[in-house]
Design a binder for this molecule. Structure first.
Ligand SMILES: C[S@@+](CC[C@H](N)C(=O)[O-])C[C@H]1O[C@@H](n2cnc3c(N)ncnc32)[C@H](O)[C@@H]1O
Length: 303
């Protein structure tokens, strides 16, 4: 009797351990071989490929995505990796036959073991779990502005990358598989400061930025005035926001900033529009530093 209970307990335990593997295997079997020609065309369009782009396909199957990309523009190159050696050989063979081997190469490698620093477009059609697990690697290695393109067939889900939501979803004519696009955001979290010449004086500006992927918020300080910024956008390295603030001696003033993030520096322009008077455009250079100036005492007596 005791042995029978033990035998049943073991059977249940083994079943529980095997279940996830069986489920994963079923998910694997439900994937068709590779993206259809129509999807490849749409992916190439959605990627908005331009001269000099470097396209990688993580899980490149027979090379069809990278080959489609390099065929579409003679100044685009790319490479793919797959865990299936025979698929890698077939992809390299096609590239050679079509005279594309100098611009399209395929390697027998795990998607986690590649270097994403020099690519500008990352393509994937993997399980949702794998797509999510590649997220930290993409965000750590890929440069700001890199487009990440995922075939959403069978795995359509806005949360495919967890709480990093896609920047765009292309649904074709509505009857086709969705194609999801993320743009790797620059890291802008922190305290930024700069000066602008307004009303004949150099004015100090401080901005605290908080960031969750491409979603940013900012809290500005100009002199002793603080305001939250509006219309804050971040797409790759391109940042823009609006600041409506009272500048001492100038009055209520609208500032529309736009620039490019490069590490701890932002360079761009600001259009400054006072409540009365003409807008003027000024160069804008912000640097990331400490938050000390944002928090410094106002020195204004409340007595
Ligand atoms: C659904 S196919 C997608 C093929 C291609 N990207 C396309 O859109 O046509 C997925 C491919 O990913 C490969 N794969 C799965 N896991 C991988 C991993 N960890 N590293 C590299 N390739 C992988 C599979 O062998 C398969 O060829």
């Amino acid at each position: 009797m005791g042995i029978e209970i033990l035998r049943r307990a073991c059977a249940i335990l083994i079943g529980a351990l095997l279940l996830p593997a069986v489920a994963a295997a079923q998910e694997q079997w439900s994937f068709p071989a590779g993206s259809s020609p129509a999807i490849i065309d749409r992916m190439v369009k959605v990627a908005q490929l331009r001269d000099g782009d470097v396209v990688v396909d993580l899980g490149s199957f027979d090379g069809r995505i990278v080959l489609g990309a390099v065929r579409s523009n003679p100044k685009v190159r790319g490479w793919g990796v797959d865990i299936e050696a025979s698929l890698v050989a077939a992809a390299n063979e096609t590239a050679k036959k079509e005279g594309l081997a100098d611009r399209a190469q395929f390697f027998h490698r795990n998607a986690f073991d590649v270097d994403l620093r020099e690519v500008t477009v990352i393509n994937m059609w993997l399980f949702r779990s794998l797509t999510q697990l590649l997220r930290p690697k993409i965000l750590a290695e890929a440069r700001p502005g890199t487009r990440v393109i995922v075939n959403g067939a069978l795995i359509d889900n806005a949360n495919m990358m967890g709480n990093w939501l896609p920047d765009r979803v292309d649904r074709g004519d509505g009857t086709q598989s969705p194609i999801l696009v993320w743009v790797v955001p620059a890291r802008v979290e922190g305290a930024w400061s700069w000066q602008l010449p307004l009303g004949g004086e150099a004015r100090p500006y401080d901005l605290l930025v908080s960031q969750q992927f491409q979603v940013i918020e900012g809290h500005a300080r100009v002199g002793n005035r603080r305001e939250s910024v509006s219309e804050a956008r971040l797409q790759g390295a391109d940042i823009s926001f609006v600041m409506e603030v009272t500048v001492e001696g100038v009055g209520r003033t609208r500032h529309a900033f736009s620039g490019k993030v490069d590490g701890d520096e932002i360079r761009g322009t600001v259009t400054v529009t006072p409540a009365e008077g003409k807008p003027q455009q000024l160069p804008w250079v912000a640097r990331r530093g400490t938050a000390a100036s944002w928090f410094r005492a106002t020195g204004v007596s409340i007595k």
